[in-house]
Write a protein that binds this ligand. Structure first.
Ligand code: HMH
Length: 210
């Protein structure tokens, strides 16, 4: 995280999420993000399942419960998106994924390959969740002017509970990386950078139709 700090900041202090915090967010951009993220989350289910599968194949599968919790909470998340879409008058049935979202889908799908190791998959999982935790956590920190109607969204990923979940994932990642061969550590770093790029692209897509 220190090595790639600049890029991490671009992903977690993006003008789109900062505009939520400043109370200046363009609501059509917010709705675009909401509908695109619903599609993302549906793909994310299969990704978490692939992380879970790799975890279960490890000799030590003690991480299983936390990752299984991730699978369970995504069910609630999908219901949340549906409710939120209704609230904002967004028709989820008619949404198609935009380019940056499709690119992210392809990346997530690559993890179903058995050749991708557990350490790389769990590192990817951790950073995907952490970008949202940090981005939305900032929207509810001191000095925010986040519109009240968007606080629920920010709480979903910015809550203390979600932060603790990300910290538990981070402990798993730290342990796995400490025991991993150098080439796996390198692949995990590449995946980490790729997630940051994809997250920046996702915010860009949300703020300006592309
Ligand atoms: C694009 N990244 C994106 N969407 C999400 N919902 C998360 C991360 C966190 O779950």
């Amino acid at each position: 995280m220190e090595k790639h700090q600049q890029m991490y900041e671009r992903a977690t202090r993006h003008p789109f999420t900062v505009s939520i915090r400043e109370g200046t967010v363009d609501m059509s951009a917010f709705k675009r993000w909401l509908s695109q993220d619903y599609l993302f989350v549906r793909e994310f289910v299969a990704f978490i399942a692939s992380v879970l599968l790799k975890c279960c194949k490890q000799e030590d599968s003690s991480d299983m419960e936390l990752i299984l919790g991730g699978v369970a909470s995504i069910s609630d998340e999908i219901s949340w998106f549906k409710n939120e879409a209704t609230r904002w008058g967004v028709d989820l049935a008619s949404v198609s994924p935009l380019k940056a979202n499709l690119e992210y889908h392809r990346f997530l799908q690559s993890f179903t390959e058995p050749e991708v190791s557990y350490v790389v998959a769990v590192t990817t999982f951790w950073i995907i969740e952490t970008v949202y935790q940090d981005s939305f956590g900032f929207c509810i920190q001191d000095g925010n002017k986040t519109p009240p109607e968007l606080l629920g969204t920010c709480q979903r990923w910015g809550s203390v509970g979600f932060r603790q979940y990300c910290q538990s994932l981070r402990s798993i990642v730290d342990r796995c990386l400490a025991n991993a061969p150098a080439d796996a550590v390198k692949s995990a770093e590449e995946a980490f950078i790729r997630v940051l790029e994809l997250e920046i692209g996702f915010w860009e897509m949300s703020s300006s139709q592309s």
